[in-house]
Design a protein around this ligand. Structure first.
Ligand SMILES: Cc1ncc(COP(=O)(O)O)c(C=O)c1O
Length: 379
């Protein structure tokens, strides 16, 4: 028996796919990627795209315009996957702990450039305790928290400067750069608010680099970024060395609501079929549960857990693992418009979370299937 993934490679059109299916519109991916590359080329800043949203070689090739260099990853599984796939200059933007030092060392020794992230002295000691072979040094980025409130030392804390000094003075270690992720842009609504946070984060990082210079630490790179801030950069970002957004290649409903993109920039969908008519509760049943969409977003959209393409009057009200319940936002449903076996197309709230649910992505151009992408998984 053929499974859905095998069937996808012989299916010509997305409308004929076995569902649920995660589809990627290649033309939109290319447009989103080109727009970001060109934006930062104009600003004279290196784009180091993050791979966490899709975790595939094919999409990385588009995001790096085939250079296969200068990317960010969030797991060591991604780092190894890209290193084995011919990628180099990989920044592992996640705090290093002792369990991961050996794998990081092997990647540093194998690649011409592998970077790690540090925000505490213990991590630095762990790196020093595993000197790199072949005369290599650890490329360390200091993680600053510029009011995002997740990873990093607060940028204004004197301990941040102290740690930067420790890193730069450590044997076998180089302080390569300062990394700040402005995830607080996810609380914004509209370009003005996004730009205000982009400006604050940029200023904090650049001021920190000045403080380093004042104590004799020169040539340290600086990198900030998130999809909202890099979709609407401020001019001062031209003074940074790098930016590191990732989600923009797919975008999603969350990004549209923040103001990073338009509806037509969202490249991904979950295709689902109507598998049940239940007039007694005014609901349709679809074959997309949280195992195909994820629960991210918590159903807080006026249309529930997703936007149903072309049906602004419908709401995905709840999901179990493999089932979803759809009902009208108001009024009685006309079931004749939604035959059993017909398809609905869901725009995900958070593309990174939805993509994670799928072992294969169906890539299409104007509804014609042009390929499949297989992401890496695990940690
Ligand atoms: C450390 C780090 N850098 C970069 C990014 C990319 O940001 P975005 O997902 O907004 O594109 C993320 C996303 O979570 C991140 O955690």
């Amino acid at each position: 028996m053929k499974d859905c993934v095998k069937m996808a490679s012989s299916t010509q059109f997305t409308k004929d796919l076995c569902t649920p299916a995660f589809t990627v519109d290649l033309d939109t991916v290319r447009r989103n990627s080109d727009a970001m590359l060109d934006r930062f080329l104009r600003l004279g800043v290196q784009l180091r795209p993050h791979m966490k949203t899709h975790k595939t070689i094919e999409c990385a090739d588009i995001m790096t315009r085939g250079s296969r260099r200068c990317i960010v990853v969030s797991t060591l599984a991604e780092a190894s996957f890209y290193a084995d796939g011919g990628y180099d200059d990989i920044l592992y933007a996640y705090p290093v702990t002792s369990d991961k030092v050996q794998r990081c060392a092997e990647l540093s020794e194998k690649l011409s450039l592998f970077h790690v992230l540090v925000d505490n002295s213990l991590a630095l000691q762990e790196l020093k305790a595993r000197p790199l072979k072949q005369g290599k040094v650890w490329n360390v980025w200091l993680k600053l928290d510029c009011d995002n409130g997740r990873v990093g030392i607060p940028h204004s804390d004197p301990a941040a400067l102290q740690l930067a000094k420790e890193i730069s003075e450590a044997e076998g270690v180089e302080l390569t750069g300062i990394y700040a992720h402005c995830g607080n842009t996810y609380g914004c609504k509209g370009e003005e608010q996004i730009k205000a946070i982009a400006q604050e984060t940029t200023s904090s990082v650049l001021q920190f680099v000045e403080k380093l210079k004042a104590v004799g630490i020169q040539d340290v790179k600086s990198s900030i970024g998130s999809t909202p801030s890099c979709s609407h950069p401020v001019l001062d970002m031209a003074m940074l060395s790098e930016v590191h957004p990732g989600n923009y290649v797919f975008y999603d409903v969350q990004q549209m609501l923040i103001g990073s993109c338009r509806l037509e920039d969202i490249a991904v969908r979950v295709l689902t079929r109507i598998i049940g008519h239940y007039p007694h509760r005014n609901q349709l049943l679809v074959d997309c549960g949280w195992a195909a969409l994820s629960h991210d977003g918590g159903g807080r959209l006026p249309t529930g857990y997703a936007i149903i393409d072309g049906h602004p009057d419908l709401k995905l009200v709840s999901m179990t693992q493999e089932h979803g319940r759809v009902e009208p936002i108001s009024g009685k449903l006309d079931f004749s418009q939604f035959p059993l076996g017909s398809m609905l197309s869901l725009l995900p709230y958070h593309a990174c979370a939805t993509a994670m649910m799928h072992p294969v992505y169906i890539v299409h151009s104007k509804g014609k299937v042009v390929g499949t992408w297989k992401p890496t998984r695990g940690w």
